[in-house]
Design a protein around this ligand. Structure first.
Ligand SMILES: [Zn+2]
Length: 605
């Protein structure tokens, strides 16, 4: 269901000053009718990033990042569509109209907004108290001895909750919040006698914000050794869910998009220390095993996730499971080996950022990392010890993609260390354990051959979670789905482009969706295809068109990008087939597409 009326989404887009919006991230210079600058999405020295102010578009000729104001905010601030629309509406003072909500939905949205306002005020109160009160001197000293910079602490709104029993309670009630609301927001709690009191007292507070920077709860650390527990969080409530949360994600998103990676650490202090040292793409999971929700959030930030957790605390099975989940999403999980007994905060304090960067460079895939652990823990001097190690290593080999160089290299290295033939490391079953979905190749197809392998006995615990029907799995598929949904929301141009789109524009999973839409553009949900998976994808695409309406220029831009990817793919094929005639034709075609992109972005002279 659409959240905002299409009209008000368009008002928001019209209100945006695209040059100012993008200009806040990167310096733009006017060249002809377009604005150019260094791309905020990839590292570069010469500008290949263009902004078309008239149509409100941006496009990078280097990395292919492109879109409109809403996608720019989604990418740089890490928000979803609705959040990005709200963010822009807020910034440009546009009143959003919502599609009619039922009373219940409206009531619950208003309540959430009210509670979030309360949390935000409380965060401001705590932060001021940290810097201004005498009582917080010990807390300030504690933070300083951990080497945390005031600038970082202020930007993360770290604060201090006074030791009094009711400061927040009284202030909240003065602002017309009921005790029930204060409890629901997680800042007060009810005592055994029925009275209410502040939940956080005499503690350093860390606001737990979502990707958009909205405070949903607090983490709080004791200052005195006698205080128990040492860490106290908001309890699970209607806003805050521990297993979904990543501390620092609001600050890390932009840096992660630039660096193409996000670093996962254990606690608040690690994030703050790394941030202060310039590693801004760091987030903390705060004592949970990595959950699927957190993984999804990380995937929105970057496709490479570096895990810098205490190896034993993170749990072997949990990490292998997370790695499989990551592969299904087209992400890669890598493990950083921390020196024993040290955490990232200590490390950057003692040895600086470079030392930490070196560790990140040495990060291993999860199976490689686990294999190293087996080797270093095992007794490799006895035959029995080596057999035991083999037994534990085989399933790890099975976690690497079949018939891949990664697997080959791992097997060779392990066979060397154990002094056994490589065949001893073949995973259980004829062709090896299922290896999950292989990462997407650049052409958006999955290169895995797992489905074609003769069916080995499947170990249920190792089996990859199937991609749910209708869920796009790779970034390439997401891009194609965005294109198809835009064709639905802009049917005039959409029809023309769907006609122009050949099979080669879409990956195998999206091709039947494209075919269906070509015939049912006016009413995509009529005569849904029999194939359940395809029908689910069509439905999802139609819903996307409803909830995330688009404009013709963005649709054109998106199509040209698919077109460029298709031509480049065919060029590679022609080159490897030594088909020089075809190659020549395609080179001219690529020139034509680039020129169209160029024209769309405006005159540059
Ligand atoms: Zn770029």
């Amino acid at each position: 269901m659409a959240l905002f009326t299409r009209g008000s989404v368009e008002h928001v887009k019209d209100a945006v000053d695209m040059v100012a919006l993008v200009g806040a991230r990167t310096d733009l210079r006017r060249v002809g009718s377009r604005f150019v600058g260094l791309c905020p999405f990839h590292e570069e020295r010469t500008p290949s990033f263009s902004v078309n102010a008239e149509h409100g578009l941006y496009h990078c000729f280097g990395c292919g990042a492109s879109g409109d104001a809403i996608s720019f905010i989604r990418e740089t601030e890490g928000l979803d569509f609705a959040e990005a629309v709200e963010h822009l509406a807020d910034r440009y003072a546009v009143t959003l109209e919502r599609e009619e909500e039922d009373d219940r939905a409206e009531e619950s949205r208003r309540r959430r907004e009210r509670l979030m306002r309360l949390l935000d005020r409380t965060a401001t109160f705590y932060a001021r108290y940290l810097w201004e009160s005498d009582e917080a001197r010990g807390a300030r000293d504690h933070l300083a001895t951990r080497g945390l910079r005031e600038e970082t602490l202020r930007s993360f709104r770290v604060g201090y909750a006074p030791s009094a029993w009711n400061r927040v309670l009284v202030a909240g009630q003065r602002d017309s919040y009921s005790p029930e609301e204060l409890v629901a927001a997680g800042v007060a709690q009810r005592g055994r006698q029925g009275g209410y009191f502040d939940r956080f007292r005499a503690r350093i507070t860390f606001p737990l914000a979502d990707a958009g920077g909205r405070v949903l709860g607090f983490g709080a650390r004791a200052v005195r050794a006698s205080q128990k527990p040492k860490y106290l969080n908001s309890s699970e409530n209607e806003l805050y869910h521990k297993g979904r949360h990543l501390f620092g994600i609001d600050h890390a998103r932009a840096a992660a998009a630039r660096a193409g990676r996000v670093v996962v650490v254990e606690g608040y202090t690690d994030v703050l220390a790394l941030h202060g040292a310039g590693v801004e793409e760091a987030v903390a999971i705060m004592g949970t095993a990595l959950t699927p929700d957190q993984l999804a959030e990380l995937g929105r930030a970057a496709s490479t996730v570096l895990i810098a957790l205490d190896a034993d605390a993170s749990g072997h099975e949990a990490m292998l499971r997370a790695a499989r989940g990551a592969r299904e999403r087209g992400m890669e999980l890598r493990m950083v080996a921390l020196p024993e007994g040290s955490d990232p905060a200590d490390l950057v304090a003692a040895e600086g950022r470079d030392a930490f960067d070196r560790l990140l460079d040495l990060a291993l895939s999860v199976p490689e990392f686990e294999a190293e652990r087996v080797l270093s823990a095992g007794d490799l001097s006895s035959a029995r010890g080596r057999d035991r190690a083999l037994e534990r290593l085989r399933p790890l080999v099975g976690e690497t993609p079949e018939r891949s160089v990664v697997r080959d290299e791992l097997v060779r290295r392990l066979a060397d260390r154990l002094e056994v033939p490589a065949s001893y490391l073949a995973p259980a079953g004829a062709q090896g354990a299922p290896s999950g979905r292989s990462p997407a190749t650049p052409n958006g197809r999955t290169s895995g051959s797992a489905a074609a392998a003769p069916g080995p006995a499947r170990d249920a615990s190792a089996a990859p979670r199937p991609v749910p029907h209708g869920a796009v799995a790779t970034p390439a598929e997401r891009g194609e789905q965005a294109f198809l949904s835009m064709c639905l929301s802009q049917p005039r141009l959409g029809r023309e482009l769907l006609e122009r789109a050949e099979e080669g524009h879409l990956s195998e999973r999206m091709q039947p969706v494209g075919r269906h839409l070509r015939e049912h553009l006016d009413d995509p949900l009529r005569e849904l295809p029999d194939d359940e998976g395809v029908a689910a994808l069509v439905t999802e695409t139609a819903m996307l068109a409803e909830s995330e309406p688009s404009t013709e220029p963005v649709l054109r831009l998106t199509f040209l990008q698919l077109d460029l990817r298709r031509v480049e793919r065919e060029l590679r094929r022609a080159a490897s087939d030594h088909d020089f005639d075809r190659h020549g034709v395609l080179v001219r075609e690529r020139e034509r597409v680039r020129q169209e992109l160029d024209e769309l972005m405006g005159e540059a002279d």
